[in-house]
Design a protein around this ligand. Structure first.
Ligand code: ATR
Length: 279
């Protein structure tokens, strides 16, 4: 056996820009809380450098990385092994550098989405009724995949660019129905779950244009936007008696599988975790 000291494991988040990322605060909190000797760092990497940087990382002591905008599709291309859920979604947010030199890619957004709902709307059941998903980008694909797997009977998708929603239906099958914004507004009254996966309602972006008056008690409403924490969608939904779940929990939960794989311990998502990233 070698007497060489074991190196301290490193992980990080790769994006461009990256300064706004809350992942270093989150993983730093878990590392401290669990007493793990390790580091998690932000890496600002331009698109042209992404592949070279990722291929160098294992030799520098990295055990894995989160991948964010604009690299989520590119990361898919350079992985040696891709999880089924990442293949279905077509994007990757978590890379693990295996001891055999291979790069394993996963997408944990759908897992984080469901874990957040289950923690904060424990009465919600995927099979309780239709889900209405606003948006048809990468985040929407992760949400739709997770809802199908969880047993949602019908998923209504609406998107500014309708063809993207149609593609989503072709990829995900018959349980997906495509509606325009106005029809979607009407469908809200029947929805058990309403999810905003667009960037609308985020600080600096326009508000959602979809009519919200159909939302009522008995509906769970969640927004992937978490800045602000209480979006207009969530405020109106709460005023109309719906159960609301903010998007910060998804950010926290999606990080759990990567952390566990890299550092060998499963972290908790609790109030202290929320506080750590809201600093
Ligand atoms: P992500 O991976 O976060 O989902 P994305 O793939 O760029 O990012 O998707 C962004 C989503 O927000 C899309 O549904 C997009 O609608 P389009 O497909 O029509 O682009 C939606 N979105 C962003 N800005 C919007 C706007 N001003 N009005 C309506 N929808 C918007």
């Amino acid at each position: 056996m070698s007497d060489a000291p074991r190196s301290v494991p490193l992980a990080g988040v790769i994006g461009h820009p990256i300064a706004h990322s809350r992942s270093p605060l989150l993983h730093g909190h878990w590392l401290r809380k669990l007493g793990i000797r390790g580091h998690y760092v932000p890496l600002d990497v331009a698109a042209a450098d992404f592949e070279n940087v990722v291929r160098m990382m294992p030799r520098m002591g990295f055990v894995g990385a989160n991948v964010t905008i604009p690299h989520k599709e590119r990361a898919f291309g350079l992985a040696d092994v891709v999880s089924d859920r990442a293949s279905l979604i077509g994007a990757v947010n978590t890379l693990t550098f295996r001891d055999d030199g291979r790069i394993y890619a996963d997408n944990t957004d759908g897992y984080g989405f469901l874990a957040n709902l289950r923690q904060n709307a424990p009465d919600w059941r995927a099979d309780a009724g239709p889900a209405l998903v606003l948006g048809a980008g990468g985040a929407s694909r992760a949400v739709v995949a997770s809802l199908i797997e969880a047993g949602a009977p019908e998923i209504v998708v609406t998107n500014r660019t309708r063809v993207r929603a149609e593609t989503l239906r072709e990829d995900f099958g018959a349980r997906v129905r495509v509606l325009d914004w106005v029809q979607a507004g009407r469908a809200m009254a029947d929805a058990a779950l309403v999810v905003n996966t667009t960037s609308l309602g985020m600080v600096g972006k326009p508000e959602l244009a979809v009519p919200l008056d159909g939302i009522g008690p008995g509906t769970v409403v969640t927004d992937l936007v978490y800045a602000p924490l209480e979006t207009r969608l969530l405020r109106i939904a709460a005023d109309q008696g719906a159960s609301v779940v903010d998007g910060l929990g998804m950010l926290l939960h999606q990080a759990v599988p990567g952390f566990e794989r890299w550092f060998g311990m499963r972290p908790e998502v609790d109030e202290a975790t929320r506080a750590a990233v809201l600093l």
